[in-house]
Design a protein. Structure first.
Length: 336
């Protein structure tokens, strides 16, 4: 399957300028690919490559409508420059990963809170039409209620979750005070092409696939009974596009779950991948990770009603697409 064949918007975007912060990262580079494929007037990326990769944007560099600024969003002036003349900001840049935030709370705070605020101020001052930003299911913290509805509140379990809660607070206040139109997207475990299994804070699906392809046993934290609403990246891109173009008057200054509305345990997920690969390697079980929640499942009805979001790819189909992608792109994955 080729990704992004289908448009998730009906407008002509050939006169629109988009800024994707973190566009050399995993989700951001998929969003850039969609925008360029569907005729965006200009797509700018701001990324300092602290956790992103030049190879993720390599194919876009020769596109006449693509502009890359390698810089840090902790630099206010840079944020102002990249926002000039932009219609829609998709703010993806952040330091992700719960374990990294536990190891590096200051760096996480700087990128995720100060960096976020710099971008929000720059976007407001530039008069952008919309500021769509990546939040996270981690904001639900220790709330045990399933499925997660946007109104549920929980105590954060990690510095990372704190930063995403603060993002949502700032976005709401900026919407109320300055009138900027914000939309926050609470991603639930996104997976897909360009997610790097070799990153020290790699996510579980790329680690599983990479281990299987290498003939090694992957590690599972805990007993593998924990569940997640794993979401193929094409669905996350769709949610961003829906947020950028929704005409629903009630859509703004809100946060939305971005998921499929289904969950799978890590054991079942691994069994499914092993079956795709024809592998009989058994996983190794190691200590549970601090800061992790046991179960996660989203109610996606608010995104369906106000954004028109309708996930197209379920977890099993997404795993098959990704497994084939990894097999065909070993040299891309190995490249620095
Ligand atoms: N991938 C997921 O499952 C998931 C789940 C929930 C939320 N999110 C959020 O979605 C967003 C995208 O996640 P991702 O998985 O693509 O992560 P990623 O690390 O692949 O992409 C983030 C990008 O931001 C860049 N960046 C970080 N700090 C920066 C700074 N100070 N200045 C400029 N660029 C900077 C990095 O270099 C990287 O390319 C992040 O905000 C993340 O917190 C992701």
């Amino acid at each position: 399957m080729t990704m992004f064949e289908k448009a998730f918007h009906s407008e002509d975007i050939s006169d629109k300028k988009f800024l994707v912060t973190g566009g050399a990262g995993f989700v951001g580079s998929n969003l850039v690919e969609y925008l360029l494929k569907h005729g965006a007037g200009e797509v700018r990326v701001l990324d300092n490559l602290s956790n992103g990769y030049h190879k993720n944007i390599q194919d876009f560099l020769t596109h006449p409508n693509f502009r890359f600024t390698q810089a840090d969003m902790l630099d206010e002036e840079v944020c102002r420059q990249v926002c000039q003349g932009v219609h829609i900001v998709f703010h993806q840049a952040a330091l992700g990963s719960v374990p990294r935030s536990i190891r590096l709370p200051l760096a996480t705070n700087a990128a995720n809170i100060t960096g976020f605020l710099n971008m929000l101020v720059a976007a407001k001052d530039a008069g952008v039409e919309r500021f769509v930003y990546a939040s996270s299911s981690s904001v639900y913290g220790d709330s045990p209620i399933l499925p997660k509805v946007e109104t549920h509140k929980g105590n954060p379990l990690s510095p990372y979750a704190v930063t995403k809660q603060v993002n949502e607070l700032y976005a709401k206040v900026f919407g109320d005070i300055y009138g900027i139109k914000t939309i926050g997207l609470r991603y639930f475990n996104i997976f897909g092409p360009r997610q790097n299994p070799k990153n020290p804070y790699a996510a579980v699906i790329p680690l599983f696939i990479y281990a299987i392809l290498d003939g090694k046993a992957p590690s599972i934290h805990g007993d593998g009974s924990q569940t997640r609403d794993f979401t193929f990246v094409e669905n996350a891109v769709q949610a961003n596009i829906c947020a950028a173009f929704t005409k629903h008057p009630e859509a703004f200054n809100k946060v939305y779950n971005v998921a499929v509305g289904d969950r799978i345990s890590l054991l079942d997920l691994y069994a499914h991948l092993a079956n795709i690969a024809g592998s009989d390697i058994q996983p190794a079980f190691i200590a549970p990770r601090p800061g992790d929640i046991h179960d996660s499942l989203a109610d996606i009805s608010q995104a369906q009603q106000l954004l028109g979001y309708q996930p197209q790819v379920n977890v099993r189909d997404g795993l098959k697409i990704l497994f084939d992608w990894y097999k065909q792109n070993r040299s891309f994955i190995e490249a620095e």
